[in-house]
Design a protein around this ligand. Sequence first.
Ligand code: GCV
Length: 694
Amino acid sequence: MKTAGIHPGESGYRAWLRYEPITDSSLLEAYRALCGRIVAAPSTQGDERVAAAVDELSRACEGMLGIRPTLDTAAPRGGSDPSRTPAGIELALETADTARDGDYRIESPSGATGIRLSARTGVGLLYAAFHLIRLMQTGSKPTGLAISEAPANELRMLNHWDNADGSVERGYAGRSIFFQDGRLVRDTARLTDYARMLASVGINAIAINNVNAGLREARLIVGDDLADLARIAAVFRPYGVRIFTSIDYSSPISVGGLETADPLDPGVARYWTERANAIYAAIPDFGGFLVKADSENRPGPFTYGRDHAEGANVLAEALAPHGGLVIWRCFVYNCHQDWRDRSTDRARAAYDTFMPIDGRFADNVILQIKNGPVDFQVREPVSPLFGGLRRTNVLLEVQITQEYTGQQRHLCYLIPQWREVLGFRFHGVSDDGRGEASVASIVSGAARPMSHGGMVGVANVGDDENWTGHHLAQANLYGFGRLAWDPSLASARITEEWTRMTFGHDPEVGQTVGDMLLGSWLTYERYTAPLGVGWMCNPSHHYGPNPDGYEYSPWGTYHFADHKGVGVDRTVATGTGYSSQYDATNAEMYESLKSCPDELLLFFHHVPYRHTLRSGNTVIQHIYDTHFQGVEEVEAMRDGWMQLAGTVDERRYREVLARLDEQFEDASLWRDVINTYFLRKSWVSDTRDRPIHA
Ligand code: GCV
């Protein structure tokens, strides 16, 4: 069956903000009856975020309802008295006693002739407008609404790893949307559409350049470049998104002409203060600096014998008078390791570096911690720093761009992975050693007081027409924003919203795309690196299988497979002791072979191939079985998608199919390479005698 609103040439550019006509006539009539007029209260005048909200509502009504609402600036009929009936869509600012900037209410009392959006701030009204639009897009009825929302996290941020030359580190969707030929882009139409997408899911901060900032990027906050940066900030401002830049820690030398970047040097402090003053003169709502220091050969405070608190605080002091933040990454480890050295464990590094200085950071510093202790592998335990730090602000960093998860050539929907991370519980988190808290409640500040916190995702966006290369990878961006707003949202709910908004309401499409997305992370895990072992990919570009690619490298990324067994012993009893970085309950769970979850067994233990998992299967048989199963699942995803021929618009259908074909080919290669590797190492045959290339 063909669905109304199919455009054969749909490029994916509109992402989930497609605003296709509503075809259900009773729903259409219900919305039309309520949305003929948009009234912005006088209190909202001059607020550019409210102007953006009104503009978006008009656009949505035109697309979905086929009407052009009249715009009015009279005082709303509903006013602040909820018993009075609003007429049309009314937007009003009110003073309310609520916690976070961005909160809002949407009300349409039964029998009403309109819908009232109210918030404390303009950005709240913008979010309310996008929420109402989402209700239209997802087919929800507009009557009897009594919605009250507030973001769980203060910071809901994206990090772009974009370079000034227009390339994107770990980017799989074309070139940068921010930079071209060494400059910030002049044509900002695309950035405006990006800002709309971000605001629609509540993202409110964005670092526009790579954490690996070179000399060119260091100059972004100087002279003419600063004027360009101000222009970019102005594009995002109406959408409630603050701009941050990544800085090069050595820029007092490279840009400032000083002889040192020592954070305790008065000249260096002066340099940062002058920079901060100049930035805020140009961009009054500038977010602050993102810093990768002493990491992967980057400069940092260690060069001067200073610790990371001293390193961050000099920046914090410069930004504090302006309300700016320092986001300081904890991705600090030795990348020049000798593979024969089994006592150094990269997984331990962040905790070992940052725990001793807990409590020494300024109030406007936030430590940005990757979800796992190593580096965005398909499966890692949650970083123990979240449970360990007590007196420091923290942000959770996840990777939306699919560096290690198929590079947007493979479908790998990461919302279920992030949900698991957010739901992981630490014990003994209060000072008296009691209390239990999830990662979600730690980073939001609900579990212990913090002056700032939240979630960060490394963006998966480039200048490809559909933004993310793989059409279905848009769902990861959408889902990141939704989870950062409300970490308790179920994966299935986020998936259904996105699928309806992006592909319409055909139940077969909804079911098939939903199943494909929701199963894809575990499928990817099955045909790639097993049981938490990680790092079996090709070095450098990180695509495709190579079991020993990182085994004898300096990067600290080993699995130690030999003819007897595989896995990294991170126990206290016989290994690196990493497991002791967790609270006693979690440490005990990981330390013991009996209680360590199967999916992380090889992260914590080195075991013989015939070791029996909690599932009852042996390690070696599990490896064979999951690799066959993973490929079968990819084949099933592709078959499912092919059933949608003629139902999904032609171009997106074809382009997704091409990616699934590639995924099937590559998953088969992963299966064969990994199974062959372990057969050769272990000499243990597959009990089911399937073809493995011995
Ligand atoms: C931006 C990994 C990636 C690097 C990235 C780094 C980081 O090592 O491979 O490309 O650098 O993480 O997060 O800083």
